[in-house]
Design a protein around this ligand. Structure first.
Ligand code: ZN
Length: 145
């Protein structure tokens, strides 16, 4: 499942307000175009068309690849530094994310790997983790022993 929403943000530099698309969840198979944009560093980025100021938007992003069977969760580190209670409540003391399957996902699609997302604290690290998993999958697929 992919989850995107439109929000209004004011440019920190010129104060002009504009609408941007924010992704909370991105499924590689459901939204391949958004996945390409993520790899190019264009997801959850604010770019002002007036003054060209650019910055990342500090929202978490869950990435799900159903083909390679992994989930990775980007968590803005600012939330940890700020002692954000809602964030702390969503993790166990061992560092694992408390996952709740949306009711929309049928039971047979609720694979156990989905319960153990890989946690990253930078969007660039999310991109690197995806690249790492894809290259490993390709390497092992193409017949090395
Ligand atoms: Zn601006």
């Amino acid at each position: 499942m992919s989850l995107e929403r439109r929000i209004s943000l004011s440019c920190p530099q010129c104060q002009i307000e504009r609408e941007v698309t924010v992704w909370d969840s991105l499924n590689a198979q459901v939204s391949p175009h958004a996945k390409d944009e993520l790899l190019r560093g264009n997801i959850n980025m604010f770019r002002c068309s007036e003054c060209s100021f650019g910055t990342s938007i500090a929202v978490g992003l869950m990435y799900h690849d159903m083909g390679l069977k992994f989930v990775a969760q980007y968590l803005p580190f600012q939330l940890i530094e700020d002692d954000d209670e809602a964030t702390f409540r969503s993790f166990r003391s061992n560092g694992s994310l408390i996952m709740e399957f949306p009711r929309l996902i049928p039971a047979q699609e609720q694979a156990s790997y989905m319960l153990h997302p890989h946690i990253v604290f930078r969007m660039s690290e999310l991109v690197r983790y995806i690249t790492y998993r894809e290259k490993l999958a390709l390497f092992h697929l193409t017949g090395s022993t």
